[in-house]
Design a binder for this molecule. Structure first.
Ligand code: ASP
Length: 448
């Protein structure tokens, strides 16, 4: 059994919806179909979710909202016409939206979620009609009724643990289930949404709940690339990677899905396949719990800028019990998370994202000085991290040499190197200004 999820661009208009119907019915294992709201039809288009947010904001501000409402209805009207569905479909959507506005309660955040959720909810109803019209038995499923129970953190809700058992019952359904992504119901019966892009989360939860053989995530690229295609031309495609490799590659350039979104599927060890709605027979990229590492192979290279490093020196640091804990405790108490902590016998460094660190920098340094009594503390801003990732690196001599030779040949000065204990990645910190040349030189070294 497969759970399949189609993102906004895959369900943006009638043409795309017809494609997804063909994709689903081409494989009898595709039993649960999670759909987004209609996304962009072209580069300068607006997603229905964004139209709904604009509409909700007008309602909340007490402004005239008729035009904003008809813009949303218009998007579904076009789909209904092009799919040759009855006009009542659009009338029902209009009535639904007006009902959501009229029944608005006192909680503005909850109202916003109700409006946002209508994007996927109405699209799922339309898509279920389209399946039926083409002669395929399908059924719209209401997330709340199916057991998708969420916390009441509106706009940022999390799934409640009991949902999985309830949703497991979907396995027994004989028709193709069309399940709207992005939202569920609180225990009090109110609509709540996941963070933006949350249909991926819905798909991962359903895949885990029904113990799917695969969670297929359809988008508009053939596969995940080994490097950011905005940075190098024609990077190689990744056929298969592990969850761990995917996490290590999470820095910029791998924006096909948000890695946090798929946590439920990862915990349940469900393989994930990223596929292209516009080219569904392409094999896509598999993300799996484990695989036989290929000797010496690098699966991908990612990078991001905007990091700062704290360097701390203290003579005999290695003998001071609790030094590391106390340093990290300061960061914890200041509400800071960190990315890496390369360390030596008498020094420790911490790399953090600059945007969260900037306003707390002075307080953190002061606390380090007074509480840890170091010999020296220094801060460096404007760092970029470059990650070279591959499970196979563990067994292969010369991988780090290859990377550092590439840096040497292109004149990039390394600020820091860190190889995680798992040896599936090497992290290089370089100056922001060297980032592009650093990753291009690595690309040439590992993928040419
Ligand atoms: N429609 C929602 C958004 O644009 C959720 C999704 O597409 O995954 O964020």
């Amino acid at each position: 059994m497969k759970v399949v999820k189609f993102g906004g661009s895959s369900v943006a208009n009638a043409e795309q919806i017809s494609k997804i119907i063909d994709v689903v019915v081409a494989d009898a294992a595709r039993r649960i179909v999670v759909v987004s709201a209609p996304g962009k039809r072209s580069g300068d288009d607006t997603k229905v979710t964004d139209l709904l947010i604009a509409l909700a904001n007008k309602v909340l501000a007490g402004e005239v909202y008729e035009e904003a409402l008809m813009q949303v209805v218009g998007r579904y009207g076009e789909i209904q016409k092009d799919l040759d569905l009855p006009e009542t479909v659009v009338a029902t959507i209009e009535a639904d939206l007006r009902g959501r506005i009229e029944n608005r309660g006192s909680n503005d955040l909850q109202f916003m979620d109700t409006m946002k959720a209508s994007g996927e909810d109405n699209n799922a109803k339309v898509i279920a009609e389209a399946f039926i019209k083409k002669g395929h038995p399908a059924k719209y499923m209401n997330p709340g009724e199916a057991g998708m129970l969420l916390s009441d953190e509106f706009g940022n809700a999390e799934v409640l643990p009991e949902s999985f058992e309830k949703l497991a019952a979907l396995k027994g359904e004989s028709k193709i289930i069309i399940f709207p992504g992005f939202f569920g119901s609180t225990k009090g019966g109110e609509v709540a949404t996941f963070p933006r892009g949350g249909s991926d989360i819905t798909g991962a939860i359903l895949a885990a709940a029904v113990k799917a053989d695969v969670y297929e995530n359809f988008t508009d690229v053939d596969s995940v690339c080994a490097m950011d295609p905005r940075v190098i031309d024609n990077p190689p495609a990744i056929d298969c990677m592990t969850y761990r490799e995917m996490r290590e590659l999470a820095y910029a350039g791998f924006g096909v899905f948000h890695d946090e979104a798929i946590i439920p599927a990862v915990h349940a060890e469900i393989p994930i396949c990223i596929k292209n709605t516009n080219n569904p027979t392409a094999p896509g990229t598999m993300v799996v719990p484990k695989r036989e590492p290929e000797h010496g192979s690098v699966v991908g290279i990612s990078s991001a800028d905007g990091f700062s490093a704290i360097y701390i020196d203290k003579y005999m640091m290695n003998r001071e019990v609790g030094f590391g804990r106390r340093l990290l405790q300061i960061l914890e108490e200041e509400g800071l998370s960190f990315e890496h902590t390369p360390s030596g016998i008498d020094n420790m460094s911490v790399i953090l994202r600059s945007d969260q660190f900037d306003e707390k920098e002075a307080a953190v340094i002061e606390r380090i000085k007074t509480e840890l009594e170091p010999d020296n503390v220094a801060i460096e801003h404007g760092l970029a991290l470059v990650m070279v990732v591959g499970e196979g690196m563990h067994y292969t001599p010369g991988m780090a040499a290859k990377a550092t030779e590439a840096f040497r040949d292109s004149g990039v000065n390394l600020e820091m190197i860190n190889q995680g204990a798992s040896e599936i990645s090497m992290m290089f910190a370089v100056k922001d200004s060297d980032r592009m040349i650093a990753i291009r030189s690595l690309g040439a070294a590992f993928f040419n």
